[in-house]
Write a protein that binds this ligand. Structure first.
Ligand code: HEC
Ligand code: HEC
Ligand code: HEC
Ligand code: HEC
Length: 486
């Protein structure tokens, strides 16, 4: 949720400059995965609640229900809906016995004097029972074909613009666009990754913003509510292309003419003459085509307002962007609470292993201090890198018990359950030697018998991901903390 204060500030900025700013999210905002480890439920659901508060504050108009949003269970999301100032939309997540949707299938909004309808669709797992839903949920995710035509029919004549928040795969959304040109805009999310510039299929635009709030997609639309049609940028380009081709041809024809009338000049060169004649014929064809395209172009210009146009941009949530104070406070309060919960959990767990006189070292880990006696130069170098104080950084932020932060700020907790990260021995806190060289407990005892490995770029990328380090360059980064020979 770290990027939310920046996202909020950007929305404030947009709303100051423009009227009719509509904030929509196709979903997958609460959790990263469809399943959450049982020992992280408390921390992750607390974070989810904070995210909803932030979205309330940002005045989101509607949010789609994605599979990931159901990770803590359907009852949790239904509970969270009570605290949401915006509608959660899903037309196809319905009661198994009654067929009634659990969430609003669509919502009608008024914006800049226009009526805008927004429908939501959740991605299902095809036939059979969905692993995401329990027997007790009494819920199914229906195929879009079963619900969408009815929703569209219901909204007919009631909206100037129809938007779909879809969590279905990109290929399916394309199929929907082909079948339902009544939908003007599909905001897809939840399954595919990365930003996707608007793609047009018939009269439907499809676009997507990368997941987990790493960027904000801004789509500026000038919509004509009478024709409800996007203008065709292809036609303008075609006219321009043909005009350029005519220019090039004219230049070639003139070159032939420089030697006098080609009919006489090339009398004895039939090939050259034939090429010249072909050029003349081609010029005539081009002339005709250009005048036809020009007529169309003028008609389009005369009725320019008939067509709707758009421009788009994606803005990454870069570190330098300003934070919104109100949403910053929500994030602060939430992360503080998450840390408090982690601390209680860590205390409860610490009791058990300490009774047995053991510190918590995962299999074969020795901790960085154990390497010091034999690798003093490397140890000294490491102490001077930020890896050696990565856990301290979390402590400074009051986040050392947040299981969402720990895996990248400690040693050897990657892929281990959250409780492991919470109760690691002191010597494994920080990004220690064994983060890069792998567990070396045996090596520390019998150096020759078990040699530790060397890290590859993939080792680093596990933590130096785009959303935590937006300009990681492997050779440069390696050069800065090289622990081998200088
Ligand atoms: C008792 C002394 C001792 C301790 C303790 C020790 N090492 Fe070593 N380490 C060695 C020796 C000796 C070699 C050289 C082995 C060889 O060349 O066969 C070595 C080699 C290495 C290498 C280089 C391997 C290579 O392929 O070149 C790495 C990396 C390493 N140790 C990491 C560690 C880490 C991490 C720890 C702490 C968990 C550690 N060592 C603890 C003695 C030790
Ligand atoms: C377990 C997660 C993790 C792994 C794996 C990891 N790093 Fe880091 N790295 C961090 C964290 C966290 C910080 C920031 C620590 C801080 O500021 O408190 C960091 C900081 C750095 C820095 C800045 C150091 C400084 O002192 O200015 C460099 C450079 C770096 N890492 C390079 C690498 C390279 C190269 C690799 C792979 C060989 C790598 N890291 C592997 C988590 C990791
Ligand atoms: C996927 C791995 C990963 C996770 C998860 C992660 N971090 Fe980091 N963190 C890093 C890396 C890598 C760096 C170093 C970035 C750099 O050098 O630019 C870093 C640097 C930092 C820094 C110092 C630089 C800065 O941006 O101020 C702070 C503070 C920090 N992390 C806090 C957190 C908190 C709080 C959490 C949990 C909410 C967290 N991190 C979760 C990988 C991670
Ligand atoms: C961020 C990753 C990272 C961490 C943390 C790290 N190393 Fe290394 N280490 C490397 C890399 C990469 C190499 C390969 C040589 C090089 O390019 O520096 C290396 C090489 C070594 C070698 C072989 C020495 C040589 O001359 O080639 C030893 C021994 C070693 N490290 C020990 C340690 C010890 C001990 C620690 C902890 C105090 C440690 N390393 C922490 C990445 C790391």
């Amino acid at each position: 949720m770290g990027g939310l204060p920046k996202k909020a500030q950007q929305l404030v900025g947009l709303r100051e400059k423009k009227s009719g700013v509509l904030a929509l999210d196709s979903g997958a905002l609460l959790f990263k995965e469809e399943k959450i480890p049982p020992d992280q439920v408390q921390q992750l659901t607390t974070t989810a609640q904070g995210i909803v508060s932030a979205y309330n504050r940002m005045s989101f108009a509607a949010v789609g229900v994605a599979r990931q949003d159901l990770a803590a269970g359907l009852p949790f999301l239904l509970g969270l809906r009570q605290k949401s100032d915006f509608p959660w939309l899903s037309a196809n997540l319905v009661s198994r016995t009654r067929g009634k949707p659990y969430f609003k299938p669509h919502t009608l909004l008024t914006m800049a004097g226009m009526n805008i309808a927004v429908i939501g669709l959740t991605s299902g797992q095809g036939t059979g029972t969905d692993a995401l839903l329990t027997e007790k949920d009494n819920a199914v995710i229906l195929p879009w074909e079963d619900v969408l035509p009815r929703e569209i029919a219901l909204l007919k004549g009631r909206a100037d613009m129809l938007i779909l928040l879809s969590n279905l795969p990109a290929a399916v959304n394309r199929k929907i666009a082909e079948k339902h040109p009544e939908i003007h805009l599909i905001l897809q999310g939840g399954s595919a990754s990365g930003n996707m510039a608007p793609e047009r299929i018939n009269n439907t635009l499809i676009t997507q913003v990368e997941q987990q709030g790493k960027s904000v997609g801004i789509l500026e639309v000038r919509w004509n509510a009478q024709t409800k049609r996007w203008e065709d940028p292809g036609a303008e380009n075609l006219l321009l292309e043909k005009k350029n081709e005519l220019d090039r041809l004219g230049w070639q024809i003139n070159r032939y003419r420089r030697q006098g009338d080609p009919k006489l000049a090339f009398k004895d060169q039939p090939d050259a003459l034939a090429a010249y004649d072909a050029m003349l014929a081609q010029r005539e064809r081009l002339d005709q085509e250009i005048s036809r395209l020009t007529v169309e172009h003028n008609a389009r210009n005369a009725s320019r307002t008939q067509f709707s146009s758009f421009s788009h941009r994606f803005e990454a949530m870069r570190k330098e962007l300003p934070d919104n104070p109100a949403v910053g406070a929500i994030v602060e309060a939430t992360t503080t609470e998450v840390n408090r919960l982690g601390k209680i959990a860590a205390k409860a767990r610490a009791a058990a292993p300490l009774e047995q006189g053991q510190m918590v070292f995962p299999e074969n880990y020795a901790g960085s201090t154990a390497c010091r006696s034999c690798h003093a130069p490397q140890f000294k170098k490491w102490l001077n890198t930020k890896h050696a104080s990565a856990y301290g950084t979390l402590e400074d932020k009051g986040q050392q018990f947040n299981s969402q932060c720990l895996p990248c700020h400690v040693t050897g907790a990657f892929g281990q359950p959250g409780e492991m990260a919470l109760s690691l021995a002191d010597d494994l806190r920080q990004v220690g030697c064994e983060t890069c060289h792998g567990p070396a407990g045996q090596h520390a005892v019998r150096p020759q018998s078990a040699r530790p490995g060397q890290p590859s770029m993939d080792t680093c990328l596990r933590c130096h991901t785009g959303d935590h380090d937006d300009n990681f360059i492997f050779p440069e980064a390696l050069a800065r903390l090289r622990c081998g020979s200088p």
